[in-house]
Design a protein around this ligand. Structure first.
Ligand code: NCD
Length: 321
């Protein structure tokens, strides 16, 4: 694997390979010494042009547990805020010897631009670009679903037979887009639930069913319900009347939580707006996988960095370099 830009590029085999390597990584994280020597001497740059808490520290933890050197570069307080272009920033990183660049950017397509530019030779990992894609989030969601439903028997399995319902601000969600492609590639049945104003226009081209009533979606008995944050920072118009109205119609409150099938799970990528799209009762219930998603995120990102960087190292070693 040279870059990880979009789950749309992954076939079933690629996706299962990443999830299975993540299982191996998770197993190493149960040991007393969690650090592996695998990426010693490699440099991973976290290039974040957009705010992030969990994704950035998750990539940092993943790289450090593989013994890579990590450079955190955030646009605020850097020359980017003085108007430096993506090209100049990338060329600076190249000159510093970056082996992998993990990029989060407000513009959809920025990671593709970087990967295809010739400005850097590093592998590029998309950590979220605009409303377009967030592949490692979808991979950690798939990993979490697989683990909850299949436990020790997860390895090698896809998600055939499972029904996943994604609820909320689909329009602005790169998490929803990346999940739609990955989960369907893995054989899951995906349903989207949202107010009509928050459903993208091109949704008819997606391999999903769309419904506009959360109670109807819950009555259908999904295995996993994924609640999305309302992305107010990406909204330039009124997409719903009031926050109160939104949470009443589209929020996962205690009553809706109680109406879910007994063995179903509730996911949220974070950061959560408690009381808005998800109630405290749902967020803190035993069905909630929110903290498992965070823990699994480190294993999945370890797997991605390993597949991007360790293969290359083996070839170089074989060549005697
Ligand atoms: C998501 C993101 O940034 O796209 N969060 C994350 O990566 N943990 C979802 C969100 O911000 O709501």
């Amino acid at each position: 694997m040279r870059h990880l830009l979009d789950t749309k590029d992954l076939d079933r085999r690629d996706a299962l390979r990443i999830l299975d390597v993540a299982e191996d990584m998770a197993a190493t994280q149960q040991r007393e010494v969690r650090k592996l020597p695998t990426l010693r001497g490699k440099t991973v740059v976290n290039l974040f042009f957009e705010d992030s808490t969990r994704t950035r520290i998750s990539f940092e933890a993943a790289a450090k547990r593989l013994s890579a050197d990590v450079i955190n570069f955030s646009a605020k307080g850097s020359s980017v805020s003085k108007g430096e272009s993506l090209q100049d920033t990338a060329q600076t990183l190249q000159a510093m010897g970056a082996d992998a660049v993990v990029i989060r950017h407000g513009a959809s397509g920025a990671p593709q631009t970087l990967a295809g530019s010739g400005w850097i030779s590093a592998g590029v990992v998309n950590a979220g670009d605009g409303t377009h894609a967030h592949p490692t989030q979808a991979l950690l969601d798939a990993f979490t679903i697989r683990k909850r439903f299949f436990g020790e028997a997860s390895r090698g399995r896809d998600l055939a037979g499972l029904r996943v319902t994604i609820v909320g601000d689909i329009l602005h969600s790169r998490v929803a887009r990346s999940n739609v492609w990955l989960l369907t590639t893995l054989g899951a049945e995906v349903t989207l639930v949202a107010p009509p104003t928050l459903v993208p226009q091109d949704v008819s081209a997606w391999p999903v069913r769309v419904i506009y009533d959360l109670d109807e979606a819950i009555a259908a008995g999904p295995d996993a319900l994924m609640m999305l944050r309302i992305q107010l920072e990406r909204m330039n118009a009124a997409y719903f009347p009031t926050e109160r109205e939104y949470s009443r119609t589209w929020g996962l409150d205690a009553a809706r939580l109680g109406a879910l099938p007994a063995d179903s799970i509730v996911l949220h990528p974070g950061p959560m707006n408690r009381g808005m799209e998800i109630s405290a009762a749902a967020a803190d219930s035993p069905r909630s996988t929110v903290l498992e998603q965070v823990a699994n995120g480190v294993s999945v990102r370890m797997a991605v960095l390993y597949l991007l960087l360790a293969g290359e190292r083996t070839e170089a070693e074989e060549d005697g370099r």
